[in-house]
Design a protein around this ligand. Structure first.
Ligand code: XMP
Length: 516
């Protein structure tokens, strides 16, 4: 079967991969290319349609992203989004100017031309998400207006040339009918079949890895979580036991995690796994450290040191290692970068950062364009057990960023017990898969309590549970009172050293999910 491809040209919008995601949701294949790609590369893909993303620039900026305007003459239908609309107007003979009123956020759009196929089946008024500072002043010849807001143009079309454009973002969650608009573009306009499934992703990814790696050896840092496990299974499918996985006990894993993860990965997934217990090394590095970034950096550095030792040993045994697999997802990429240079570091993520350069390893990141729920879907298609796929995210620096103040072996043990109670009660209430994350945090705050006739003076645990789509934003979850009650009474009764439990009711932003 020939693959139908939608080309998405990226003009630097933070939402570009969301467009790709919405397209995958319709079982259509797309590739995201930088807008500067040569026209011949686009042409060689025989695109079924081309989508021009939004972007932070103005078409008049000196450093405005430069795409070849002849892409508008390829013959494939074009959909411009936000900056994409302005690009079309600018290059086809219209005029763009800075908007008198910038529009950011929610807006209401009135559809003026409901006969254009892009808006088929839409009500005449739509809630949308806008984010732009320029507006189209004069339309290019042959174009007409299809939609407006109260103070700006919101859509244009030239049906004859098969070009449509909208000023708002149909790909974001705040445009509720956005998926229907994209569906119109894909099916009614481009004639997509909608037969591209996770099985195709697996097939093409596995074949691609096999070709890239050739006869080489690959190592993978496994955490036991969903992302690295799915990435490892894909690579294992491609090259079998030329993949060696390394799982490090950093001393701040959850209760029984070191044993459970080995059982899952070695016994259930059949991966070739080296498990290294380096807890003492990590805990020594963490002694006396209170500052969150220092904790993260020390764990990151120690991880690299441990990993490098193992990788060198494996390289000696196998005659050389050339590749490193990472389970990087799209939100990881976005949270660590921005279009015009690195954004301010909110938290330093990525525990193997720096390793590929040091060891001269080439990276394999098969999940780099995907979101977590899509990775779970792929894992299901790979036949991986729900016990692994259903796991909530867990940060690389582990319990260290959930122990406020110093990380000592005693405090790790306290938090492991409290966390185990939170997770088991959430599971018992059938809530585990319905929240994004649920866990306990150990605070350095001590307070007075009473147990029997005894006065106690002990630590406080905070319970955190959040709903989220991708970890980039989150809402605190209103857990049922009886679940909170059981969690609280079990922690105070069963964990000697904690005598008070509080519930965190902060969303992200302004809070973050982890406390450090
Ligand atoms: P924050 O705390 O930044 O977390 O709101 C967002 C998501 O990322 C996870 N997280 C990490 N994951 N290494 C990881 O692999 C890290 O250093 C790290 N820090 C936070 C966090 O659990 C949440 O899902």
């Amino acid at each position: 079967m020939d693959t139908q491809t939608i080309v998405i040209l990226d003009f630097g919008s933070q939402y570009t991969q969301l467009i790709a995601r919405r397209i995958r949701e319709q079982n259509v294949f797309s590739v995201v290319l930088p807008c500067t790609v040569p026209l011949s590369d686009i042409r060689s893909l025989h695109p079924l349609g081309v989508i021009l993303s939004g972007g932070p620039s103005s078409v008049y900026d000196a450093d405005a992203p430069a795409a070849d305007p002849r892409l508008l003459e390829l013959g494939a239908p074009v959909l411009g989004i936000c900056y994409g609309l302005q690009f079309i107007v600018h290059h086809l003979g219209g005029k763009v100017r800075p908007a008198s009123k910038r529009e950011y956020g929610h807006a209401e759009v009135t559809i003026e031309d409901d006969s254009t196929p892009l808006f088929a089946g839409m009500p005449l008024s739509l809630q949308v998400w806008m984010s732009h500072g320029d507006e189209a002043l004069e339309l290019p010849p042959g174009f007409h207006r299809t939609a407006v807001t109260s103070n700006a143009l919101a859509g244009i079309a030239n049906e004859e040339r098969r070009i449509w454009a909208v000023q708002f973002h149909p790909e974001v969650h705040h445009t509720p009918l956005g998926p229907a608009i994209l569906k119109n573009f894909l099916f009614a306009i481009c004639g997509a079949r909608g037969d591209w499934t996770p099985a195709h992703f697996i097939e093409t990814t596995v074949a691609g890895i096999r070709e890239r790696v050739g006869p080489g050896h690959v190592i993978c840092a496994l955490s036991g979580g969903v992302d690295s496990s799915v990435a490892a299974v894909l690579v294992h499918r491609a090259i079998g036991d030329r993949l060696t996985c390394i799982f490090v006990n950093n001393g701040v894993l959850r209760k029984n995690e070191f044993v459970n993860v080995q059982r899952n990965l070695r016994d259930k997934l059949g991966l070739q796994l080296v498990a290294v217990d380096a807890s003492q090394r990590f805990l020594r590095q963490l002694a006396g450290v209170i500052d969150p970034e220092t904790k993260r950096k020390r764990i990151g550095q120690e991880f690299i040191a441990v990993f490098e030792d193992e990788a060198n040993r494996i390289a000696r045994e196998t005659g050389g290692v050339d590749w490193l697999v990472q389970g990087t997802l799209y939100p990881d990429v976005i949270e660590s970068s921005s279009v015009k240079g690195p954004s301010q570091t909110i938290k330093s993520h990525h525990n193997v950062g720096g390793l590929p350069e040091r060891m001269k390893l080439k990276l394999i990141e098969p999940l780099r364009d995907l979101f977590k729920d899509e990775v779970r879907r792929i894992g299901r298609d790979l036949g991986m057990p729900e016990e692994i796929l259903g796991r909530q995210p867990f940060p690389g620096p582990g319990l260290a960023v959930r122990i406020l103040g110093e990380v000592t072996p005693e405090r790790v043990a306290l938090l492991q017990e409290a966390d185990d109670i939170v997770v088991s009660e959430i599971k018992a209430a059938a809530l585990y898969s319905r929240v994004w994350q649920s866990f306990a945090v150990l605070l350095p705050v001590m307070s007075v309590g009473v147990m029997g006739d005894q006065r106690t003076y002990a630590y406080t645990a905070a319970v955190r549970a959040v709903h989220s789509e991708d970890g980039m934003t989150a809402d605190w979850a209103p857990l049922p009172h009886d679940v909170l009650k059981r969690i609280s009474s079990r922690i105070v009764n069963e964990v000697r050293g904690i005598n008070r439990v509080v519930y965190d009711i902060t969303s992200k932003p302004p809070g973050t999910i982890e406390w450090e």
